[in-house]
Ligand binder design. Structure first.
Ligand SMILES: [Mg+2]
Length: 231
């Protein structure tokens, strides 16, 4: 069965208690401006040799890890890269910096329109609640994503929690909600594949933004798409 992100609206109108799941990082939100902001601060505060790299990069072309961007541009001082990675990580996973993220084109309208149709919106993210919960809520509201009693935001309860364990808990939680899971949106092939395995009747969509290194081969029944504006 093949389906487009536009056809999700037809399905939600035809089922009882529809629910859609949205990953946040690199699915709804572009984290590039968060990383680029940290790179500029790094160049100003601690690593002046990074200034030319900050000029060459922009929020539109950054990978998930800042150090991957720097290596790609030829910065190969591994000792320095380790220090830059620490500078990046102590900021990237925090309430304050998450506010620099920007929604991908069409993402806010897509989620908002589904919510208006009566869909329960389930935000699921590996961000951790203690360090990023407040900032994530503020960022969603700031950009106009729905956040009310017909939504839930499920983050990791603890930064160090194992990803697989978190995901399994989340699958069980989604199933226990008593809704019909209609569609799931992800950017990581491995996560999208796992969702399709656990929710064979749902449409699982993969937005082609960025992925972590060495992405898993995508299942043929996961549906790739390029933009929330394609509807
Ligand atoms: Mg993601």
């Amino acid at each position: 069965m093949t389906m487009t992100i536009a056809q999700v609206f037809d399905v939600v109108r035809a089922v009882k208690r529809p629910l859609c799941v949205f990953d946040i990082d690199s699915t709804l939100m572009n984290t590039g401006s968060r990383s680029h902001r940290i790179l500029r601060e790094a160049a100003q505060e601690a690593f002046p040799e990074l200034a030319p790299f900050a000029d060459k990069l922009c929020s539109c072309n950054m990978a998930y890890h800042l150090t991957d961007d720097l290596r790609r541009l030829g910065f190969d001082n591994e000792k320095e890269l380790a220090a830059v990675d620490r500078f990046w990580a102590t900021r990237f996973f925090t309430d304050a910096y998450v506010l620099h993220d920007l929604p991908y084109p069409g993402a806010v309208d897509y989620v908002r329109d589904l919510h208006r149709e009566g869909v329960f919106i389930y935000y699921l993210s590996g961000r951790d609640e203690p360090n990023m919960g407040r900032g994530t809520r503020e960022s969603l509201v700031k950009h106009g994503f729905p956040l009310d009693d017909r939504t839930t935001m499920h983050l990791k309860p603890d930064f160090a929690m194992n990803d697989l364990r978190f995901k399994r808990d989340a699958f069980a939680d989604i199933q226990a909600m008593g809704y019909t899971t209609v569609a799931i949106f992800e950017n990581e092939p491995a996560n999208a594949n796992a969702f399709k395995e656990h929710f064979p009747d749902a449409a699982v969509f993969l937005i082609r933004t960025i992925t972590s290194n060495n992405p898993a081969p995508l299942r043929t029944d996961v549906l790739p798409f390029d933009s929330f504006e394609d509807r």
